[in-house]
Design a protein around this ligand. Structure first.
Ligand code: ADP
Ligand code: MG
Length: 371
């Protein structure tokens, strides 16, 4: 039976559908044989960003189909790149696109779209999808879910390691060098989501390439203090969040009086510091240094952000996962290939010390491909 899986995800940044073709051949760890990123159509991104609790159901249903089509396109591109045929793939793990995440609501909610029926039909490959809601049903946050893959790839006996994923949201996985100790992890706050939104508002593009705009500004201490006083940052884990909470309205509601007097460039510098400082504090409070901090996600390309992380974590060694030979842009995609495999083997996909669920559960539903 094939041990090849495809992982697909579009994160909250909506920058691309990331796809990875992954081989799980023991004793080797998960190994990406091919990867590709394909952009979502601009019109779809606009629709997706507009989705909220008041969006008509028909709009959500249309976006559900359109995301599935984009994921099918990414799958075909990945297969063409790698030279594999669909028959060689055991399953696709499709995260879909999160359009609403409110794990602390009652009942807890997390909505991912990208119809897995349509994806299975268009690719002919079995799809595993809907990974978060069983964990929510078991009392967990439904997030973050990549921690077990982080442990598989990066845990080392005798050396404390932290994985810091800087997507739209930042999450950390703590991998104690004492392998008898539990791995833990949680969302620690916004990573790129506020900086990206601020760039778009000020027509600086979709994101701050290399952090150049942030690097040119001056930190505004009062703004930083106001933003960092949000209760989310003090809350104990388990916790998860999303752009439905950390967005420009959040910033305005907390600091409208201060913002009126701060230049856009200095706001960007301050938002970068908010990400670096909240991540650094979360790391420091969870696992005392010295330790290695492995950065992944698109934020690993933001040189200014890495500089600020280093400055806030002097007793840690901060580097991109690329230094360990793992492309920082595809770890989440690999994680959903991994979770698809867990599903087919009926293995639990959640880590209780990360999501806070009451019990271990098998994550995801199976949508058969062409039989
Ligand atoms: N060269 C770069 N310089 C600065 N930031 C970057 C760069 N490349 C990507 N990013 C940031 O990473 C984000 C995408 O990261 P990603 O890990 O895909 O997040 P998500 O999981 O939310 O989609 C982009 O929106 C952007 O903010
Ligand atoms: Mg992305």
């Amino acid at each position: 039976m094939s041990n090849l899986y495809i992982g697909l995800i579009s994160g909250t940044s909506m920058d691309a559908v990331d796809a990875a073709l992954v081989a799980f051949d023991p004793p080797r760890r998960a190994q990406a044989l091919a990867v590709c990123s394909s952009a979502l159509p601009e019109s779809l991104i606009t629709q997706l960003r507009a989705i909220g609790p008041q969006t008509p159901l028909a709009c959500v249903a249309r976006a559900d189909a359109a995301v599935a089509d984009a994921f099918a396109g990414a799958t075909h591109e990945l297969l063409a790149t790698s030279g594999h045929r669909r028959e060689q793939i055991r399953a696709i793990g499709s995260h879909g696109q999160t359009v609403w995440h409110a794990a602390d609501a009652c009942p807890a909610l997390s909505v991912q779209i990208g119809d897995p029926n349509r994806l299975a039909e268009r690719t002919g490959i079995t799809v595993v999808a809907d990974f978060r809601r069983r964990d929510l049903a078991a009392g967990g946050q439904g997030a973050p879910l990549a921690s077990s893959l982080h442990a598989e790839l990066f845990r080392r006996q005798g050396a404390d390691t932290i994985v810091l994923n800087l997507g739209g949201i930042a999450n950390i996985t703590l991998l104690p060098g004492n392998t008898a100790a539990d791995i833990t992890g949680f969302d620690c706050g916004p990573a790129n989501t506020l900086m990206d939104a601020w760039c778009r508002r000020h027509r600086k593009g979709n994101f701050d390439a290399g952090g150049a705009w942030a690097a040119a500004g001056i930190l505004h201490h009062a703004l930083l203090e106001r933003l960092i006083s949000d209760a989310f940052f003090q809350r104990p884990a388990p916790k998860s969040t999303g752009p439905e909470y950390f967005n420009l309205d959040w910033m305005a509601s907390r600091a409208a009086d201060i913002l009126a007097d701060v230049s856009p460039g200095n706001v960007q510098t301050t938002l970068a510091e908010l990400t670096a400082l909240t991540a650094a504090r979360a790391i420091r409070e969870s696992l005392a240094g010295p330790a290695e901090v492995l950065v992944c996600g698109g934020g690993a390309h933001n040189r200014y952000l890495l500089t600020r992380l280093e400055a806030n974590l002097p007793e840690y060694h901060v580097c991109s996962t690329v230094e360990l030979g793992v492309d920082p842009d595809f770890i989440e995609a690999i994680a959903f290939a991994w979770l698809a495999r867990c599903r087919l083997y009926n293995m639990a996909g959640n880590v209780l010390t990360v999501t806070g669920a009451r019990r271990s559960v098998v994550l995801g539903g199976i949508y058969a491909g062409n039989l």
